[in-house]
Design a protein around this ligand. Structure first.
Ligand SMILES: Nc1ncnc2c1ncn2[C@@H]1O[C@H](COP(=O)(O)OP(=O)(O)O)[C@@H](O)[C@H]1O
Ligand SMILES: [Mg+2]
Length: 308
């Protein structure tokens, strides 16, 4: 009998240790998961920052050559037009050439180079090329505006409308097939901010809005206005909306309802951090099936400066 009691006791003790070990292990696992989440978030924000810098650098490098290509091309366009006019005049003068040998030679040459085709095609090519260069210039301009290479990470007074337009330009391919963008811009003063970071926030909100739209073409409305000491930007979509119980989670890092590869769940959490750094607020209102509105409000003047 005593022996049996002893065995019983031993098992209890072992079980307790085992269970403790199991729970310790679970704790460790959870800590580990949180650690790798934090690391992933750091890597992601670092990545975003370096992508921004890379884009800004590339835009800066392209800016120069595109500048002279554009101005040379404008000149070239004028010259070609003049040459074609001159050619037409020579063509008229052909009738007055007496030498048959010369007119024959001209005729053969004209056929060989297919002069009528050239005359038709050159203006078309010129126009298309000019359009292409203009577009490249616009993209480069948008990239430069977007990252504000001039004062990269410096607090400065910035025109938020310019930032929104530049951001829309950059992500237009993501939006233009899914939604009409309506800009209801109010009268707003320049806002003291880190422009590239605010653009990042606007981009996240716009991309989310575009993602929220289904197959049917939707609407994204951007409203701006100034009130007292703040400027607000509202981005509304006519998308799927967010369930009430999920509203409190959308700003959490890694919270995403999108398939792997499409969403990181970091957009809103990074945006929230940026807005906090600006002493601003980021609020959300949503109706399932109707749409969502994000409202970003920023103080016009940086608060810290006022204290100094
Ligand atoms: N405009 C919106 N309409 C509907 N749901 C949204 C909207 N914006 C954000 N969400 C929800 O919030 C989640 C988190 O957004 P975000 O942090 O940007 O990460 P991600 O876009 O990578 O999923 C999204 O997965 C989505 O479920
Ligand atoms: Mg997002």
């Amino acid at each position: 009998m005593i022996g049996i009691v002893g065995v019983n006791y031993n098992i209890t003790e072992r079980k307790r240790t085992e269970m403790e070990l199991v729970s310790r292990n679970a704790e460790l696992l959870e800590l580990n998961a949180r650690l790798s989440q934090a690391q992933a978030q750091l890597v992601q924000s670092e990545k975003l920052a370096s992508i921004g810098q890379l884009a800004a650098g590339v835009a800066h490098e392209i800016n120069n050559p595109i500048g002279f290509i554009f101005s040379n091309f404008t000149a070239l366009d004028g010259y070609v037009e003049k040459l074609l006019a001159m050619l037409a005049a020579y063509k008229e003068a052909e009738h007055f050439i007496d030498s048959k040998a010369t007119t024959d030679k001209l005729k053969v040459l004209s056929e060989r180079v297919d002069l009528p085709f050239l005359k038709d095609d050159i203006p078309v090519l010129m126009a298309e090329t000019k359009d292409g260069i203009t577009r490249v210039r616009k993209i480069v301009q948008a990239l430069t505006d977007f990252s504000r290479i001039g004062g990269k990470l410096e607090w400065q007074f910035a025109d938020l409308h310019q930032g929104i337009d530049a951001t829309l330009n950059i992500i237009s391919s993501e939006i233009k097939y899914k939604a009409d963008v309506i800009r209801e811009y109010g009268q707003i003063p320049e806002v003291e901010c880190l422009p590239s970071e605010i653009n990042q926030v606007i981009m996240n909100l716009l991309v989310n809005a575009a993602h929220a739209l289904g197959e049917e073409r939707g609407r994204i409305t951007i409203r701006t206005r100034a009130e007292h000491e703040t400027v607000s930007i509202e981005i509304s979509d006519t998308g799927c909306g967010i369930e009430k119980e999920n509203l409190s989670r959308i700003f959490d890092p890694f919270y995403t309802t999108k398939p792997v590869g499409k969403g990181t769940g970091l957009g809103l959490s990074l945006s929230y951090g940026i807005v906090q750094k600006h002493d601003g607020t980021l609020e959300v209102e949503s109706k399932v099936g109707k749409g969502t509105t994000f409202r970003l409000a920023l103080p016009i003047k940086r608060r810290r400066l006022q204290l100094e």
